[in-house]
Design a protein around this ligand. Sequence first.
Ligand SMILES: Cc1cc2nc3c(=O)[nH]c(=O)nc-3n(C[C@H](O)[C@H](O)[C@H](O)COP(=O)(O)O)c2cc1C
Length: 191
Amino acid sequence: MTPSAQPAAALRSLRQVRQVRQFTDQPVTDAQLDAIVDVGRWSGSSRNTQPWRFLVLADRDLVRRVGEAGAPHTRALLTAPAAIAIAVPAAGAAVSFAYDEGRAAERMLIAAGMVGLAAGIAWVAPDHRASAAGLLRVPDGWIVRTLIALGHPTDEARQPKSAPGAARRPREDMVTRDGWSDRLAPWEPPT
Ligand SMILES: Cc1cc2nc3c(=O)[nH]c(=O)nc-3n(C[C@H](O)[C@H](O)[C@H](O)COP(=O)(O)O)c2cc1C
């Protein structure tokens, strides 16, 4: 292996982290949930304020009802045996809280893969937040925006969603060295 190939090989499993939105009936264990949520709890946050509170949802019926409340964005919860909801303060530095919850969410997504599970991140759209919060007994002053569905992927969910190498834009569109380049892909808002 060439020296430059070694780092890429070492990080291969990180590059392969993908979203799963369809799960089998196989349950997850409390030990898996505890380990994953501890990874979230140990994530870094702005000024180490740890603005999050993690709601572990191990009641399959509750997970499904939260999935219905936030559908279609939260459709991954319709089949997931478990989920983790991240609550953050509703007021104040919203960008900072969203950044921190994103850091914790992605770490838990990766952690799920490391303990033999799969996971999918979903956002609860603003219009659906009150009903999701009601199901989760979230008090005033807090919002639940990010949910992580957890479970064992179905065979279909294990299949690549796109051709090899095609799930992300090519490196030359996205990355430069030593400053901006005109060859970087222009920003195109999703349609
Ligand atoms: C901030 C954020 C919010 C997301 N919200 C949703 C969502 O509401 N519903 C959903 O199904 N996927 C959601 N996703 C997952 C993205 O759609 C997914 O990361 C993207 O399609 C790439 O998928 P892949 O990693 O499997 O290739 C979200 C991802 C992030 C980072």
